[in-house]
Unconditional design. Structure first.
Length: 170
């Protein structure tokens, strides 16, 4: 049985902050592998604001070639859209029985976690690691016993800011 971290996102673009968080999660949670699950359609983002899904998938694969413990997954490309992490994890459990999946989210997502589809299923069935994000309270509600904060530095970088910078250069 493997303990596998699931780090989902649009990764538009993938950057050193994602990789740093993944490295901290790998070490601190005793993960055997960490999978970057590229979302073709995040329900919290407008599709027209991000690059085409296949392009983001290829960019993630290219960025992670030097990290053998990191994998890039296209599992959500074969699921109904928009992509919901509860459905993704249900599918992974069926496809890879016996593995222990750990969800990795940012402090910004923790703030809106109760708005996630089937969030109770996630809280009840998976360990959840939360990496700190600037501007987020980065506190875990006491009753969420399977949720813990990742001891990682605050990364002052975001894909949104990178996209805005790139758009400003055009």
């Amino acid at each position: 049985m493997k303990r596998i971290g699931i780090f989902g996102g649009t990764f538009d673009p993938i950057h050193y902050g994602h990789i740093s968080v993944a490295e901290h999660a790998l070490r601190q949670a005793g993960l055997d592998e960490l999978w970057f699950v590229v979302s073709p359609h995040n329900p919290l983002k407008k599709e027209e604001e991000i690059k085409e899904a296949g392009q983001r998938l290829q960019e993630a694969r290219k960025a992670l070639t030097e990290f053998p413990e990191f994998k890039v997954s296209d599992i959500e490309f074969n699921l109904p859209r928009p992509s919901y992490m509860a459905q993704t994890l249900r599918t992974l459990q069926k496809k890879y029985p016996g593995n222990d999946f750990v969800l990795i989210i940012g402090g910004d997502n923790l703030e809106v976690f109760e708005q996630w589809k089937d969030y109770r299923f996630l809280l009840d069935n998976f360990d959840i690691l939360v990496y700190p994000r600037p501007g987020s309270p980065n506190r875990v509600p006491g009753e969420w016993t399977r949720v813990s904060l990742l001891d990682a530095p605050l990364m002052d970088v975001s894909s949104t800011r990178i996209r805005k910078t790139q758009q400003g250069r055009k």
